[in-house]
Design a protein around this ligand. Structure first.
Ligand code: ATP
Ligand code: MG
Length: 264
């Protein structure tokens, strides 16, 4: 099983849009995909048309109680399951403060009850708190969505520092697998320049002893496309909502790249 956390502590960069539509694209290739919604906002859960209910088992109960992952697994399409979030998850951060080993709860739950999938994706919240640490402790790879503006690289150093610390202390197999540029305004100078800067940053890191030494910037740019912004309110992936849109085309190409890179 390949496991990937989609993370960036900056809000609104395209994490959930990527987590949902990349999952759907991988499932359409015939791969079995599970997406864990680890964000109290429950946007990925909602994007798949599931209304989070506080009395139904969710990732909150998995992290804070005896609930098994299998109990929160919901089928949403062929080959595709989501492990649902709920608003309660916001309280988990505080509730877990005094729990020993709180960073590795999700890792252990995955070990006890591995979902029957080829790809496991995790949609992280926009913070570097205990929820995101649980994701980093549990996966083999991190993908970082970036929005191409001049401060795109700015928040990256803290993010990479966090990945480095988790790799050193909790999960030595953790690697930054890739960076994708989202909401890309093709044809603008700004997008092209930031794209080049990001490419150069990771090229220069090659060969260094860091978890991002092999990180690639995906060639597929996810263009800005209003269909991608509309799809969540219909509870549908882009492939159900607008299969002929640029958004569908881009996430399909991204999925092909992700699979190709996974084969080394
Ligand atoms: N390529 C795109 N084109 C147009 N709109 C997009 C695109 N990608 C994402 N959006 C929209 O931008 C907003 C933020 O995207 P998204 O929710 O995926 O970001 P996020 O990083 O998950 O945010 P948060 O940090 O709050 O979890 C959403 O309204 C989404 O529909
Ligand atoms: Mg999100």
């Amino acid at each position: 099983m390949r496991s990937i956390a989609i993370m960036n502590q900056k809000g609104g960069v395209g994490k959930t849009t990527t987590a949902v539509n990349l999952s759907a694209a991988l499932a359409a290739l015939g791969l079995r995909v599970g997406l864990i919604d680890l964000d109290p906002q429950a946007h990925a859960t909602l994007h798949f048309g599931i209304e989070p209910k506080p009395d139904e088992p969710s990732i909150y109960h998995v992290l804070t109680g005896k609930t098994r992952l299998g109990e929160v697994l919901r089928p949403v399409a062929e080959n595709l399951w989501v492990m649902v979030s709920s608003l309660d998850l916001a309280a988990a951060e505080l509730e877990l403060v005094n729990v020993i080993g709180r960073e590795v709860i999700l890792r252990d739950k995955l070990r006890d009850d591995p979902p029957p999938v080829d790809y496991l994706l995790i949609d992280c919240p926009p913070s570097l708190g205990i929820l995101t640490l649980n994701a980093l402790a549990a996966v083999g790879e991190v993908f970082i969505p970036l929005q191409p503006h001049y401060f795109a690289l700015h928040g990256l150093s803290r993010l990479l520092e966090t990945i480095d610390l988790v790799a050193a202390r909790i999960n030595d197999k953790l690697r930054l697998g890739g960076v994708m540029l989202c909401m890309y305004d093709a044809g603008t100078r700004l997008a092209a320049e930031v794209g080049q800067d990001v490419d150069a940053f990771f090229r220069n890191a090659r060969g260094q002893a860091t978890p991002w030494a092999d990180a690639q910037v995906f060639q597929t740019r996810i263009r800005r496309n209003v269909r991608l912004a509309e799809a969540p309110s219909f509870g549908q992936s882009i492939f159900q909502y607008a299969p002929d849109s640029h958004g569908a085309e881009d996430y399909q190409r991204l999925a092909a790249e992700v699979v190709a890179r996974g084969k080394g």
